[in-house]
Design a protein around this ligand. Structure first.
Ligand SMILES: [Zn+2]
Length: 485
């Protein structure tokens, strides 16, 4: 939890003081009003023990309180991604293990820097520890009280709220696949919208999908005993006359690959194959909490890709909601199938002004861009520009990949209108997958974010994220939607 207070008080059992390089003395003395603490810090600096270098830390005990000096790097040149990591590292310091109230004194009042500090705390200290032994009597780092010595303002309060949406998304992804099911996601969504007046919900289960012909979505879920779901939340924040932005998330609650089974080494993190849907749900939470004055359609396309005698089979052809037929050449290319029906259904029945879909769609996108940038493909330059602006504003990064008319030949089938794979050997797999989706959208401006690389950290950590789900897409979408107000 974060609270704000306009100036430092040094009355908490612990204090983090961020200081930048070069101006260390001057800054320290401006900021530190407590004389005893100021002398202690001066002694450390005079002794050459602390210079304010990026990530440099120095712990002190002053009046029985723990003080951690933390270097923020060259004054005025702080890299905001690095700053989030610096704050994360400080907040997770073993010096604070048994302390629940920590004052944080920023090195700068620059708005971007303060937001980076907020995110460094709330995104940086998140960890999925539900299944670990509870630590003795202290709060988890993210639950501690951080008192930020800076005057409250709307941008900061909004940043705190946005991070709560990010945490929800991360929890939904990190949770066991047999807990975070279609029913669980539905209950989560209904819990968020309960009692809200400007919200209408439509839920398609297996029965309704059959009646309406969402056969691509149904095919993917065929081998699962769980209910497939297309959940649509129509949020009217700006009045009925205005256009709607539809955000559509891929929600494969577990992806075995289907009969084209994934090998060991590729399946262990596949509960994260619903990261797109989880990002849509986190953004829904944010839109409601921020009371966004814009119209939004939140769409989650949820299924489970299982093996077994009922599972859909390579070589079979299914007819999608919009009438196009698809030859299944790889059951592991299932995300595009559920999304295809979702895009077609929402376009026809809701007529949104623009689409943004998010999906852990292709390993090819990870090969192309790695783990730090989501892949963006769009049929509309204006929309792409707005998505990239929101991405760079929030450090929820995206990089645009090409979409061009000739690429449509690569998803044509010999026996159906389309096939669910692209070129041999996976060449250009991220953009051919995107092209498959594009062919289920008519004239609506559409942007697709492939978050396969960015949504999950499998290992020790990256940037300011620990192991597990990152919540990628939530900050980007929230900023994009705010910019549409
Ligand atoms: Zn798959």
């Amino acid at each position: 939890m974060i609270r704000f207070q306009s100036s430092p008080k040094f009355d908490k059992p612990a204090t983090i003081i961020l200081l930048d390089k070069g101006q260390t003395h001057k800054k320290a003395f401006n900021v530190i009003t407590n004389a005893v603490l100021r002398d202690a810090v001066k002694a450390v600096i005079d002794a050459g023990q602390f210079h304010g270098e990026e990530r440099e830390t120095f712990p002190l005990i002053v009046n029985n309180k723990v003080v951690l000096l933390v270097g923020a790097g060259e004054a005025g040149k702080t890299n905001m991604t690095a700053l989030r990591g610096i704050v994360r590292q400080a907040a997770l310091s073993s010096a604070f293990k048994k302390i629940n109230d920590i004052e944080v004194v920023p090195h700068s009042r620059d708005e971007q820097a303060v937001i980076a500090i907020i995110e460094g705390i709330l995104i940086g200290t998140y960890s999925w520890d539900k299944y670990r032994k509870a630590p003795e009597k202290t709060l988890r780092p993210i639950e501690k009280n951080y008192i930020l010595a800076v005057a409250a303002k709307k941008e900061y309060e909004d940043a705190v709220i946005t991070c709560q949406g990010v945490s929800l998304t991360r929890n939904l992804i990190n949770e066991n696949a047999d807990i975070s099911t279609s029913d669980f996601l539905e209950a989560t969504i209904l819990g968020l919208v309960r009692g809200k007046k400007n919200v209408a919900v439509e839920i398609l289960n297996k029965k309704e999908m059959k009646a309406k012909g969402l056969n691509l979505h149904l095919a993917v879920n065929q081998g699962s005993p769980k209910e497939p779901k297309l959940i649509i939340v129509k949020y009217t924040g700006a009045g009925k006359g205005k256009g709607y932005t539809a955000i559509v998330g891929k929600g494969i609650t577990f992806d075995t690959g289907g009969l084209n089974l994934k090998p060991t080494g590729h399946m262990e993190t596949m509960r994260s194959d619903m990261s797109g849907a989880a990002a849509v749900i986190g953004t829904l939470k944010n839109a409601l909490a921020l009371n966004l004055k814009t119209n939004i359609i939140f769409v989650t396309a949820i299924a489970e890709n299982c093996i077994g005698s009922l599972a859909f089979k390579p070589g079979d052809v299914f007819r999608g909601y919009n009438g196009k037929t698809v030859e299944i050449l790889n059951t592991d290319a299932e995300g595009r199938l559920v999304l295809a029906d979702a895009l077609a259904y929402v376009e026809k029945n809701y007529k949104p002004s623009r689409f943004i879909d998010l999906a852990t769609l292709t390993g090819a996108c990870v090969i192309a861009l790695g783990y730090d940038y989501s892949g963006l493909v769009s049929n509309d330059d204006e929309l792409a520009k707005d998505v990239l602006a929101a991405a760079s504003e929030t450090d929820d990064r995206a990089w645009r990949l090409p979409s061009y008319s000739e690429i449509k030949d690569y998803v044509k089938s010999e026996i159906a209108d389309l096939k669910n794979v692209g070129l041999p050997k996976g060449a250009g797999g991220a953009i051919t997958a995107a092209e498959f989706l594009r062919s289920f959208v008519n004239d609506t401006p559409w942007a697709h974010l492939d978050i396969a690389g960015t949504s999950f950290v499998d290992g020790k950590g990256r940037f300011y994220y620990g192991h597990g789900a990152t919540g990628s897409g939530v900050r980007l979408l929230t900023a994009f939607l705010k910019n549409k107000e």
